[in-house]
Structure formats: structure tokens, C-alpha cells
Design a protein around this ligand. Structure first.
Ligand code: FE2
Length: 187
């Protein structure tokens, strides 16, 4: 799949989860927790594949200071989002700050998505041809299967550090995911 199409599809999927959260009533605690768990997973994987594949690729291909600036800003936005996700994972949905934190998360992600789609992706489209975009897309699609499923705001977010740390973190994340599923099934 074309890299930009893949990332835009991810953005749409997350936006749908945001809308579902916004529609959930104040007492739909369980529903809201489920939605947030899915948001954490989607955004963690999405951030990882962008950081591992898209950002390094675009910085390498484009000798253009504007692109570096955009990518660096994107990394900082990811960093803030990861911290908020990290906190949400450790917070009970009946905490009085829970909804407010999700609202701020949604605002941040919407801003980030809008910037990527209107500024960064058009640059990516200029720098890369169709075949290269398909290769990048395929690399990200494959990476999705093994990327971290939880946020790691303290870990490196650029290569080569993120590739090493990400692989280890992903193994732990996925083992924990399986454990949690089993516990849930048993209860
Ligand atoms: Fe992003």
C-alpha cells in the first residue's frame, strides 16, 4: 500500500475512536476505558512506524531545512502524546481527570494529524515516486506486526536507538498484551 494512504487510513481509524469517545456518556466508564485502550494501541503502533520508517526516510531524501524542522516538530508532538498515553494507561476511567486528559490528547493528535496531512505528506509526495512510496508503505505495514503496542516516552525516537529499543519494548508489550487477555478471559 502507498505509504501516505496507509498513514491516512490510520489517522481515520483513530479519529473514529475519538468520535466514539466523545459520544460516550459520562457514566459509560467501561466503554470509555475500552476505547482508550484501543487508542493507546493504535497511536503507539502508528507513532513507532512513522518514527522508524517515514521520518528517517524523508529526512534522508530531502535536503531541505524545512523538512527537518517539520520532522523535529512531529517528534516533539509524538513525545507529548506518548506521555499523555502513558499517564492514561495508569489512570482509572472514573478519575475526575480522565475525561479532561483524553480531551487534551484528542486536541493534540488532531493538531498533529492536520499538520502532517497538509504540510509533511505533500512534501513526502514530492520527494518520492510511486514505487518508493509503495516500498515505504510495505515496510510500515510489515513493521506494524512487531511494533510496540504501548507508549515508551522515555525511549529514543530516532534511529538507530529507536530500532534497538523498539524491538525490545515491542516484545515486552506484546507479551503483556497476551497476559492481560488471558487474565480478562479468566475473570
Ligand atoms: Fe505522526
Amino acid at each position: 500500500m502507498n505509504a501516505i494512504t496507509l498513514l491516512k487510513n490510520d489517522h481515520k481509524a483513530v479519529e473514529q475512536l475519538f468520535k466514539r469517545f466523545e459520544k460516550a456518556g459520562p457514566r459509560a466508564v467501561k466503554t470509555k476505558q475500552d476505547i482508550v485502550e484501543r487508542i493507546v494501541r493504535e497511536l503507539s503502533i502508528h507513532a513507532a512506524i512513522e518514527e522508524m520508517v517515514l521520518y528517517p526516510a524523508i529526512r534522508e531524501a530531502a535536503e531541505n531545512g524545512d523538512i527537518d524542522k517539520m520532522v523535529l516538530e512531529s517528534l516533539e508532538e509524538h513525545h507529548i502524546v506518548k506521555w499523555v498515553l502513558w499517564e492514561l494507561e495508569r489512570m482509572s476511567p472514573d478519575d475526575e481527570r480522565f475525561d479532561a486528559k483524553v480531551t487534551v490528547l484528542i486536541e493534540n493528535v488532531r493538531h498533529h494529524v492536520a499538520e502532517e496531512e497538509t504540510e509533511l505528506f505533500p512534501q513526502v509526495n514530492q520527494v518520492y515516486g510511486r514505487a518508493q512510496l509503495a516500498d515505504l508503505g510495505e515496510a510500515m505495514e510489515n513493521l506494524k506486526k512487531t511494533a510496540p503496542t504501548h507508549p515508551h516516552p522515555r525511549s529514543p525516537d530516532e534511529p538507530p536507538g529507536n530500532l534497538v529499543a523498539g524491538a525490545g519494548a515491542a516484545l515486552v508489550d506484546r507479551a503483556l498484551d497476551v497476559g492481560r487477555k488471558l487474565v480478562r478471559r479468566a475473570s
